[in-house]
Design a protein around this ligand. Structure first.
Ligand code: FAD
Length: 425
């Protein structure tokens, strides 16, 4: 079975690499163990939230910060990809999501602060439109509404913490909380997935609006947990705003995150519609390497296991959460090709003993070293396999947690790697 490009990994980087390669006319196959970390995320695309990463003050413009970035972080994936390719990739991402009816608001040249379910803020640069009315620089009064029985969101906790931030002058709006009782899903458990499915239906939205209307005060915006629809979220959000006559916004919840799942489903079905084949749920992939080239990927361990071959390959397997990196007591390794990994040999330098330090955990920036063409290189800078490219979390030197740069790095390096892989044909 022969393809032009095989992508390993179905997270944001792998999906974007597939989109870029297929736009070049390549026949593309995605192979992956699972769906990656999108369902863990807010569904928002972080550009660059903190620079330096230990700064307590969020970056206001990732684009402006990038001007100084290369001097501080010459090895960072953003420095390798460069401003023009980052902007082009994010524009193409926004075109794709708009065409799939999940439009994203924002741009790389300014960050939004959006509320989290715990009542903190998250600097990010592209947000689904269903979240945009919650931007914390907009003044006004907000009702946060929780649902009795939905354990993932306490409107009271979120409102109290957000009001503390407002008192410190860090955000503009003020908040009050209510809990909606008696929300029925016809016997189904009250969780994010079931609620999102219910909000896809207009009858459910009608009933919900009738229950909520008496709780809203004049001039208040409404903040709700991010469960307003699964397949038709933008429509459900717009319809509820009309029914309630006020601005509404969603607040992302802990995993499984509905905005993250919506994005995954949108991109995956777009790719399938364009002829990209995806095989997801694989337990064992075994690469065939020979004379500085990847020759194929075997699915499984038996002698009869199928072999998939391509002219070029993109490695987009993420870090420790995704499964692209793993650790033994004294070694960190790349799990598929055993590529050289950039990390300090002294184990004590892998961790910061303060778990939640602003500077981040060193292991979050370990990964595979690449050249300007995103080809993995050895410590002497030599390309390891001429037809292999890498993208996303697997790359060294970016700490998506501390910098808040994960989505931006995944999209920009995914596009570049997919395009370069397609051109290797
Ligand atoms: C809890 C959490 C919350 C986050 N929130 C945000 C956020 O709100 N906004 C943001 O921009 N970023 C966020 N990030 C960061 C962001 O998720 C990542 O930086 C980015 O999604 C990485 O994408 P990726 O495609 O490189 O890797 P992943 O999403 O990790 O995907 C890796 C893929 O590779 C597959 N894979 C791995 N190993 C193998 C193998 N050996 N064989 C076959 N397949 C394999 C996996 O199954 C998966 O499909 C968050 C990260 C975490 C952990």
């Amino acid at each position: 079975m022969f393809y032009d490009v095989i992508i390993i990994g179905a997270g944001l980087a792998g999906l974007m690499a597939a989109e870029a390669a297929r736009e070049q006319g390549a026949r593309v196959l995605i192979l992956a163990r699972g769906m990656g970390s999108l369902p863990l995320t807010s569904g928002c695309i972080d550009g660059l939230g903190y620079f330096p990463s230990s700064s307590p003050v969020p970056v206001s413009s990732p684009l402006t910060a990038l001007g100084r970035f290369k001097d501080f972080h010459p090895q960072h994936p953003y420095s390798k990809v460069g401003k023009e390719r980052i902007l082009s990739a994010l524009n193409r991402f926004q075109d794709l999501t708009r065409s799939g009816a999940i439009p994203y608001a924002g741009q790389f040249d300014s960050n939004f602060l959006i509320p989290t379910a715990l009542g903190t803020y998250h600097p990010t640069c592209l947000v689904p439109e269903t979240l945009k009315n919650g931007i914390l620089s907009l003044p006004g009064r907000v009702l946060l509404l929780g649902f009795e029985g939905l354990k993932d969101f306490s409107s009271w906790l979120a409102a109290e913490n957000l009001n503390l931030l407002q008192a410190q002058g860090k955000i503009a709006p003020s908040f009050r909380a209510e809990t909606l009782a008696g929300l029925s899903l016809g016997g189904k458990a009250l969780n994010s997935l079931n609620l999102a499915g219910a909000f896809d239906g207009e009858d459910f939205r009608d009933r919900f609006a009738r229950q909520v209307q008496p709780l809203l005060k004049k001039g208040e915006k409404l903040g709700l947990p991010a469960v307003l629809g699964f397949r038709f979220s933008h429509q459900a959000w717009a319809d509820l705003q009309k029914k309630l006559g006020t601005e509404i916004f969603e607040i992302p919840l802990p995993p499984p995150s509905i905005p993250g799942l919506r994005l995954y489903n949108l991109v995956r079905s777009h790719l399938q519609g364009k002829g990209v084949r995806t095989i997801i749920g694989l337990s064992v992939l075994k690469p065939i390497m020979e004379a500085g080239e990847i020759k194929g990927i075997v699915l499984g361990e038996s002698r009869k296991s199928p072999v998939y071959r391509a002219s070029a390959y993109v490695l987009a397997t993420g870090k420790f959460v995704g499964g692209g990196l793993d650790a033994q007591r004294n070694r960190i390794f790349e799990t598929l090709f055993d590529l050289p990994v950039q990390y300090p040999r002294n184990r004590k330098e892998w961790f910061n003993t303060k778990l939640l330090t602003a500077a981040g955990q060193p292991f979050n920036s370990f990964g595979v070293e690449v050249n300007e063409n995103l080809q993995p290189v050895d410590p002497a800078g030599r390309v390891v396999y001429r037809n292999l490219f890498a993208a996303g979390g697997i790359l060294a030197h970016a700490d998506s947690m501390a910098e808040k740069s994960g989505g931006g790095v995944a999209i920009s390096t995914g596009f570049v790697a997919g395009e370069l892989a397609a051109k290797t044909r």
